[in-house]
Every structure is written in structure tokens, then in C-alpha cells.
Design a protein around this ligand. Structure first.
Ligand SMILES: Nc1ncnc2c1ncn2[C@@H]1O[C@H](COP(=O)(O)OP(=O)(O)OP(=O)(O)O)[C@@H](O)[C@H]1O
Ligand SMILES: [Mg+2]
Length: 254
């Protein structure tokens, strides 16, 4: 399924009397790389779950290429979407290769494509012989990379990534972030990536969506966001900007 445009219209979600998402209106075009930032509990994961039709009880509309996802087959929809879960979610009794190739099994095939698995391991900077290992034999960062490889396996048009680099050391994180961005550009993907790392969001994304108390309070290119005068946006953006300046001063003084 090709996915050209995602549109959220007055999207809202309520659970047990708590408003988790409210009045979200936005559109994401094919090829865009969107980073989603915001404090813990702001509604970032809930937003991804609504886009992927994992939440049945939202109000408002999620449109993909103008079609309301409520009326689309969820199976067909998910085939076009790669989802990297916040908590990784690998199958513990399956090898790395079987985990990466899981989408083919879900689609009813008996075997996964070994060449595709090998290609994805290489892309994620993982050694080829890791294919035979089990998730318990991986570091947290390696498991995260396997989860990204699995989401890419079926060549989806849209990638939803929920803190995909959370368990990585800063150097690997930066290198994998850049590698993923390159992949996004080459494959013509549309990506929506949640991250707690504001500097990463500003460095990688075409546009950054800021969530605050269930609302989308800003959706702008990095440069515009860095110049925002909204207090909640400043609270997120200022610390990494100060840190970057301090580091540059350090380098200049050396
Ligand atoms: N099924 C649920 N029932 C009740 N409350 C929920 C449910 N799912 C999420 N919430 C609440 O909704 C709010 C938003 O949760 P969500 O997981 O979307 O936040 P988040 O921005 O992804 O946070 P984090 O950065 O910690 O992952 C939180 O207050 C959470 O407790
Ligand atoms: Mg979350």
C-alpha cells in the first residue's frame, strides 16, 4: 500500500475520564521526516497508536490519502506501515533472523527472505552472524536495531518509530540516526519518530511536532522551532541549545 499523505483532523482520545489527546489537526506529506517531542505523558505514543489504528476509541479522523482509516482493512493498513515499539517487543523464542522476517510469516509465508534479513542487518550495522542469536543474547541497543530492521522488512511506505534509539550510547545513537535518515531519503519513506532527544529531533527532522498535555502545540521546521517564543517550546528547546553553545565554547577555547 502506498501512503502519500497522512491527515489528522480534530483527533482526540480519552481514557477513564483523562484527556490523552485533544484537538489535533495536522497533515504530513509523503517523504517528510517528522520528529515528535514532548514530556513524558504528553501523548506521543498514543498519537502513533491512533495513526496505526491500534486505538479503536478515538474521536476525530485519521485519513491516509484522503481515506478514513476507520474504513480501511487494518491488515492492509499495517502492511504499509512499519512500527517500532517503544519497548522493542521482540519475540523471545525466535532468532534475530526470524524476528526480522516475522512480517513475512504474519503475511502467511513459511520462510522469510534470508537475503533481505542479511541486507537489513548490514543496514543496521549489526554483524551477519547475529541472525542466529536470540533476543536475550543481545544488548539493549542491538535489540533496538533488530526492531527497526523488522519494521523495515516489508518495505513499508510509512514508518512510525517510538524512541527507536533510546537504549543506545550517544555515539552509536548519532551514527544510527544519520544512517536511518539516509535510508529514509533513499527509500522515499515517510517517517514519524518520537524522541526524547531534542537535539536529535532538530538535527534529523524536516519538521518537529511538539506535544504538550495531549495537544500539538507546535509543528514547524527545526530553525523555526529554535526561534519560537512559546514558553512550553522554549522549555524543551533551550536546554539542548545552551548545551550545544557551551560545547562549542569549550571547543573554541581549546
Ligand atoms: N490505556 C490507557 N488507559 C489510561 N491512560 C492511558 C492509557 N494509555 C495511555 N494513558 C495515559 O495517557 C497519557 C499519555 O500517554 P502516552 O503513552 O501517549 O505518553 P508519551 O508521550 O508517549 O510518554 P513517554 O514519553 O513516557 O513514553 C499518560 O498520562 C498515560 O498514563
Ligand atoms: Mg511513549
Amino acid at each position: 500500500m502506498d501512503i502519500a499523505r497522512i491527515e489528522l483532523s480534530d483527533l482526540a482520545l480519552e481514557k477513564g475520564g483523562t484527556r490523552i489527546l485533544r484537538g489535533i489537526d495536522l497533515a504530513i506529506a509523503k517523504g517528510e521526516f517528522v520528529a515528535v517531542i514532548g514530556a513524558s505523558g504528553a501523548g506521543k505514543t498514543s498519537l502513533l497508536r491512533c495513526i496505526n489504528a491500534l486505538v479503536p476509541d478515538y474521536s476525530g479522523r485519521v485519513l491516509i490519502d484522503g481515506k478514513d482509516t476507520a474504513g480501511l482493512s487494518h491488515q492492509q493498513l499495517r502492511r504499509g506501515i512499519g512500527y517500532v515499539l517503544q519497548n522493542i517487543g521482540l519475540f523471545p523464542h525466535r532468532t534475530v533472523a526470524e524476528n526480522i522476517g516475522m512480517p513475512s510469516r504474519i503475511a502467511g509465508k513459511r520462510r522469510h527472505d534470508e537475503a533481505r534479513v542479511a541486507e537489513l542487518l548490514e543496514m543496521m550495522e549489526l554483524p551477519a552472524d547475529m541472525a542466529r542469536r536470540y533476543p536475550a543474547e543481545l544488548s539493549g541497543g542491538q535489540a533496538q536495531r533488530v526492531a527497526i530492521a523488522r519494521a523495515l522488512y516489508s518495505r513499508p511506505a510509512l514508518m512510525l518509530l517510538d524512541e527507536p534509539f533510546g537504549a543506545l550510547d550517544p555515539a552509536t545513537r548519532a551514527s544510527l540516526g544519520e544512517a536511518y535518515r539516509k535510508r529514509h531519503d533513499e527509500a522515499g519513506l515517510t517517517s514519524v519518530m518520537v524522541t526524547h532527544d531534542v537535539a536529535e529531533a532538530l538535527a534529523l527532522a524536516d519538521r518537529v511536532l511538539v506535544m504538550h498535555g495531549g495537544k500539538a502545540i507546535a509543528f514547524a521546521p527545526p530553525a523555526q522551532l529554535a526561534a519560537s517564543d512559546d514558553a512550553a517550546v522554549r522549555a524543551l528547546v533551550d536546554p539542548p541549545l545552551r548545551q550545544a553553545r557551551a560545547l562549542l565554547d569549550l571547543k573554541g577555547g581549546a
